[in-house]
Design a binder for this molecule. Structure first.
Ligand code: IPM
Ligand code: MN
Length: 353
């Protein structure tokens, strides 16, 4: 098949990990006789430097035309001045909104060979298989924002409509049908009106999925349960900010934030794929970042945007095999251990393919 894939390497370790994901996509194309056109475009802090815009119009136009977009990471200390008018993160938020990507899928890959490395007791990790479904274009990230001129007061508003909650709830419920038919919906209904609407809307949609068991959890208690008994959960449905926070917390289960992939989807096949981790400015440019989150994001791209399920599974199997062989990037090595570089990890996955 032919596919037009836009690469947005971004900032910090973004270019390093995206190069490895692109290596894997190229290998998949060569092996399967596919034709993937991979084009890189500026976005994030680097685009602020060069174009005074974190999401230049030409980048946005290319993304709109693409079958899929693969992003590295955005942001860094250079662009973190609290008074700055342009922020790299705004480019990412605008891109998600412009492409209508309201559902963010964040599976938590728990590889058996990494269990000893996770800070939790290994027996807690047994049978853990989680999929976060995070609402991505609403909630407090996208409510009307105001900042008072003199800087003494600032506020953000948390708004959800039933339509916004229902469409992402359907994504979670459908996903649960292909798994163990359980959805844990996260809210703060004891305090926030918007979260009471969240709970009511999820309950209403769930009525059409009688075969899926839906439970409701307050976010604070759930944050604790998630570490105490992660194997109790399957699909976890959450609003934009709670989903952001809980999915980073869940990285503890995978051993490293560098392991987590994500897919952001709308109503069609087009999607934006990115590792959950940030730009990690402290290790950028040293060739030591973990590319697995980016590589597994490429696998999600193959599955969700290109419908190449077998190829996607092959990439995931190759990653598991490389980890079974004992290869580890620095984030997964305890002091004194031997670590491989970003591109050694990428090449090893490619070789397994
Ligand atoms: C993420 C990131 C982003 C978010 C930032 C970079 C805007 O933390 O994708 O999880 O908060 O959504
Ligand atoms: Mn985040």
């Amino acid at each position: 098949m032919q596919a037009n894939i836009v690469l947005l390497p971004g900032d910090g370790i973004g270019p390093e990990v995206t190069a490895e994901a692109a290596r894997i996509l190229t290998a998949v194309a060569d092996l399967g006789g596919h034709e993937f056109q991979l084009d890189s475009h500026p976005m994030g802090g680097n685009a602020i430097d060069d174009f005074q815009n974190p999401l230049p119009p030409t980048t946005l136009a290319s993304c709109k035309e693409a079958d899929a977009v693969l992003l590295g990471a955005v942001g860094g200390p250079k662009w973190s001045d609290p008074t700055a008018e342009l922020r790299p993160e705004q480019g990412l938020l605008d891109l998600r909104a412009e492409l209508g990507l309201f559902a963010n899928l964040r599976p938590v890959p728990v590889f058996e060979s990494l269990a000893p490395f996770a800070p939790l007791k290994p027996e807690l990790l047994r049978g853990v298989d989680l999929l976060f479904v995070r609402e991505l274009t609403g909630g407090i990230y996208f409510g009307p924002r105001h900042e008072q001129g003199d800087g003494d007061v600032a506020y953000d508003t948390l708004v959800y409509s039933t339509a916004e909650v229902e469409r992402v709830a359907r994504v979670a419920l459908r996903a649960a049908r292909g798994r163990s038919r359980k959805v844990a919906s996260i809210d703060k209904a004891n305090v926030l009106a918007s979260m009471r609407l969240w709970r009511r809307s999820v309950t209403e949609v769930a009525g059409a999925y009688p075969d899926v068991e839906v439970t409701h959890h307050l976010v604070d208690a759930f944050a604790m349960q998630l570490m105490r008994s992660p194997a109790d959960y399957d699909v976890i449905l959450a609003g934009n900010m709670f989903g952001d926070i809980l999915s980073d917390e869940a990285a503890i289960l995978a051993g490293s934030l560098g392991m987590l992939p994500s897919a952001s989807l709308g109503s069609g096949k087009q999607g934006l794929y990115e590792p959950v981790h940030g730009s990690a400015p402290d290790i950028a440019g040293r060739g030591i970042a973990n590319p697995i989150g980016a590589i597994l994001s490429a696998a999600m791209l193959l599955r969700h945007s290109l419908e190449l399920d077998a190829e996607a599974s092959n990439v995931e199997t190759a990653v598991a095999a490389v980890l079974d062989d004992g290869l580890r990037t620095a984030d997964l090595v305890s002091e004194g251990g031997q670590a491989v570089s970003t591109d050694e990890m990428g090449r090893a996955v490619e070789a397994k393919l």
